[in-house]
Design a binder for this molecule. Structure first.
Ligand code: ZN
Length: 159
């Protein structure tokens, strides 16, 4: 498993574009929750997204909120990346995951079990891209407008 911050200069152009598509979709999805629906999603709530093999994007949030949580009644998952992986319902997805905050040790163990073992992939084939090192930085950026958050991401990626 590779954990790579989105401003890492080793990220190639194709991967940068892919990260931008998924991470900006994550920002837009949760901005709606954070500022309109207001269902427990706050600036300090970590968000995650991954792309399915069919091209669709699934989301997860540290408050367990999202379309899957609403339909299934699951509200006990308090780590965004775990929620995102569970929201796939076992369907296959591309071997990369976007998450706002660098995954905690607990989540790293979970991802090794569920992205590597369950999907029978080589550990090094899977990359977790993250944007923030600290919850404080994440909260500060989440408080900005959607357009500014997307620009912040774009700047980090060097697009
Ligand atoms: Zn975690």
């Amino acid at each position: 498993m590779n954990y790579v911050k989105v401003n890492d200069p080793r990220i190639g152009r194709t991967d940068k574009n892919e990260v931008f598509v998924v991470a900006s979709a994550c920002i837009k999805h949760f901005e709606n929750w954070r500022k309109t629906i207001r269902s427990g999603i706050a600036n300090g709530s970590c968000c995650a997204a991954l792309r399915m093999d069919d091209g669709s994007i699934r989301f997860g949030n540290s408050r367990g909120a999202g379309e899957t949580a609403i339909s299934s009644g699951v509200h006990s998952i308090n780590h965004a990346e775990i929620h995102a992986v569970k929201s796939t319902g076992g369907q296959s997805f591309m071997p990369f995951l976007y998450v706002d905050l660098i995954p905690c040790v607990h989540c790293q163990t979970y991802l090794e079990q569920n992205l590597v073992v369950e999907h029978d992939r080589d550990e090094l084939d899977i990359t977790v891209f993250y944007q923030f090192d600290t919850a404080e930085e994440m909260s500060r950026v989440h408080a900005l407008s959607e357009a500014v958050q997307i620009q912040y991401l774009s700047d980090l990626l060097g697009l």
